[in-house]
Design a protein around this ligand. Sequence first.
Ligand code: SPV
Ligand code: MG
Length: 542
Amino acid sequence: MKKTTQLKNLLTSGRTEFILEAHNGLSAKIVEEAGFKGIWGSGLALSAQHAVRDNNELSWTQVIENLEFMSDATSIPILLDGDTGYGDFNNMRRLVQKLEQRDIAGVCIEDKLFPKTNSFIQGEQQELENIETFCGKIQAGKDAQKDDDFCIVARVEAFIAGWGLEEAIRRGEAYRRAGADAILIHSKLSRPDEVLQFAREWDNRCPLVIVPTKYYSTPTEVFRDNNISLVIWANHMIRVSITAMQKTARIIHQTESLVDIEGQAATVSEIFRLQGADELLEAEKIYAGKSRPDASAVILAASRGEGMDELTRDRPKVMIPVAGKTVLRRQVDKFKAQGINNITVVAGYRSGAIDVQGVSVVVNEDWEKSSELTSLACALDAFSNETVLIYGDLLFRTYILNNLMDWDADLLVVVDSSPLDRVQGNTNDLAYCSSPDDRAMYQQKVSLDQISGLDNWQVRKADGRWIGMLRVRGEGRAFLVEALEQLRGEGRFEDRGVPDLINRLVENGHAPQVQYISGHWMDINNLQDLQRAGDFAHGRNP
Ligand code: SPV
Ligand code: MG
């Protein structure tokens, strides 16, 4: 329902309805969440939150700017306390136009002079607007509104200025005839006598609105019994926030610590909730291209690396710099460039030396006696809806990861189909696949048969070499956990590597798909590799 219609319905429901003050987007949202059907855009509170006086020191465009945040954050109507309409009839017309553009449901104007003063500051010395002039403002506002349900509430300040009931009624009646949708009768007494006298005399000529700030102790039943249409709790959100902020600031200053505050303050997560942070994460999935909030990477980096004694005296292999940047940093940068920010490194040897920012580190304390699968098991919690598992000593061109993420499969391995005599380094990870690489075919459907060492190769020619990269998506995670648990239950777990796990996946009927590449990667197993890595990092293919 339109906000204007909601407000009109509140004023005409025949029951006593209630709205509460708010002064910014956050407080407005809190008011709505509490169950209120409307919001009072209090001039006092809007000014006070900026530490300026309720004397039109906040310009009217600044008021509108604040209201825009409040309106955007909520679905209930806002009745603006529009002071005197910020000028004459012409300013009032423009105000109504601008409020309708911001989806503000109505405005209340008071019959004082611009710039106004708050009714509770020397109220009796305040001058009232000439009745005809004020009626002209109401008429101009009503003529300016495009939406029939937009409401103009006329506020009678006769009691505040010390004029008495007769003048109050005279004004109320004139404003009603000028087109006001409701009359707000204001009083600064600590008892409701004036407004109740007015209500009796008024006798339901049109909806009546009150602000019981001073006569707050009046039982709400009294307002109901006197046919009050709308009660405005006018300033309580700003007041309680002032109290909370003063107390908190004092305690933190005195104790030079946060311990007395934590637990009493809203959590940061609660702020995120009120801001709608979750919605943004969802939207990112749809609109933000490379951002992959559901994706993660697990980097196996527990080993020291053999044959690089000097270089790995104080750090694991992944922390060796290659062309000025560590191997691990190079990997992390590549993942981040793909929008994968949830990155877990499984460390072991010299784990304290891993100081790459933007990653979580889990430690395989048993790294010396265990092997890859023990490390992998340490990081199972880091497996999300889509996870890339990778050896930490791998350097690769960006497109390999890019293509890997685009491919639709629960389990996917990257296999280099370059001729094997060109494959350097270890020959343990030879890949036997359902068909060889047919470079003429794009995203050729090939599945993995086995990863094994040279022995098998001598019997049958391998189709390439698995490069140490596996992507697990959707159901693939459960398959991977199942295979891992099987292997764990069979003994010699500490000798098992990721190829054993992949082979078990094949045996279980979950053969990974194969993404063929041709070169453009290398792993670092010895000093010679390290020398070639510099060339690779500089874009010269080894
Ligand atoms: C306001 O909330 O700014 C009001 C109500 O105008 S009162 O302060 O009671 O006058
Ligand atoms: Mg006000």
